[in-house]
Design a protein around this ligand. Sequence first.
Ligand SMILES: [Zn+2]
Length: 102
Amino acid sequence: MLKFVIIIGAAFLLYRMFANDQKKKKDTKVKEQVKSASRGEMVQDPVCGAYVSVDSDIRVREGDKVHRFCSFECRDKYIKRLDQGHSAQTESQTASAQKENA
Ligand SMILES: [Zn+2]
């Protein structure tokens, strides 16, 4: 019976430790995120606005700028947007070129 009580006690202590640890981790994570953002180690995902580490592998180079994304979904959305922007620009350039010719 004593063994049983000790096991319950140990399990409770472990649970308490684990719960505290989780809470601490969460707090530190948020603090670290804010800290790294101010240190310039985090960049904002231009699609959804989430903070992404500069080490993120999901990136798109656009001229001299490198954009980082939280997911491939966001990256694809951005690329799609870029493609649309470029085609729109090309169209307007063609239109103005035609005007100049006329
Ligand atoms: Zn995103």
